[in-house]
Write a protein that binds this ligand. Sequence first.
Ligand SMILES: *Cc1c(COP(=O)(O)O)cnc(C)c1O
Length: 444
Amino acid sequence: MNLLEKDKRYCWHPFTQHQTERNPVVVTRAKGTCLYTEEGDEILDMISSWWTCTHGHAHPEINKALVNQADTMEHVMFAGFAHPNAANLSEKLASVLPGDLNRVFFSDNGSTAVEVAVKIAYQYWVNKGQENRKKFIAFDGAYHGDTIGAMSVGQGCGFFNIYEDLMFSIEALPYPHTWDNDAEVDLKEKAALSALKNLIEKSGDEIAALIVEPLMQGAGGIRFSRLEFMKQIVSIAQQADILVIFDEVAVGFGRTGDLFACQKIGCTPDLICLSKGLTAGYMPMSVTVATDRIFEAFNSDSFKTAFLHGHSFTANPLACAVALRSLELFEQENTLDHIAHIEKQHKGFLAKLSNHPMVTMPRVMGSIMAFNLPEGGGYKSDLSEKLRDWFLSNGLNIRPIGSTVYLMPPYCITDEQLSRAYDGIIAGLSAVNDMPSNLAVKCA
Ligand SMILES: *Cc1c(COP(=O)(O)O)cnc(C)c1O
């Protein structure tokens, strides 16, 4: 069997209908912004392999850290044991996160980081003797992962309807998605703020926590919100004693232009979830970081108030080594300056593109650029699949989410590579416009 035959016979891919999906692209090597196929074709990874890759693929410094750690110790259990990388990484995270977000709980991916945050928030109130606080508030359109607790708080994204009976119910808030020159943004924000205030008035003392993807809903369609709005949401919730969970699994580690969205906003959530960029796209690991106050509520003479949760690979030393080296690189390579440069390039491109008949809702934040095609489609709309395939066959990994086309490149991307992606977007829009499709007819 050749490789593709083996894959077809034995692998089950994520978010894939195997019966109708075209063959996957076989990638055998990656470097910097580029993926290389079996045949040696170069593909620019313009979405950082699902938003994980930060400094670039196969970064020499991170490779070195990983190899060194593998030679020293690959893993040790984390209950009753400690190791240098976990302690050093936790200290480093505490120093770069705002306020007293000082207590780091390790798990394996974004979904488990959210599960952990939800469970900590829930038990915090039990430990405090306030057992009435059992509900969660989440935003419409939010995505927090694919495990059952994460699906529950993310049910507003609509991906999970089939599992409805398995999920716990939540209180939903409207999300004020906004873009450049959005005339309605004030109204949308007002509606969301008053929905939160009403909810607090009605049943504020039953709410354990509010969870939000700050500044950008990711899988829900790269939907931005404004700093001041986020700041108000956090302040209103915290004033009502509701814990605030920031799911920065997607936006953490520089995507918005600051290392963390909470820094850009200027607030301190009670819990923050980090994954994707945490290990520079190398290893599956995540952290849920809690404030000192949250952690203290789990201390007592009884095992009952302890947080009884853990995973086989909690605080894996290989992943910690890579995460630590990645954080050092942000400082050594002035990565945030480079992200500011990417933002400037994005803005220049979008200014030109915004007159394009197929471009609506243009928006840029940090390394992220997005716009929408004029008419929605589902997650797997016809047009977005055509675009995805056209981009791929033209050397670009750009994978629209429904009608949202976006770029979220690794930070090492060069100006030449950015131009190639921008030219590709314009060419791709024209190419699919010539293809027979309802939307194409409408736009032509
Ligand atoms: C991707 C994502 C998750 C889930 O992370 P996984 O590692 O895929 O489990 C959770 N929250 C947000 C905001 C994400 O973007």
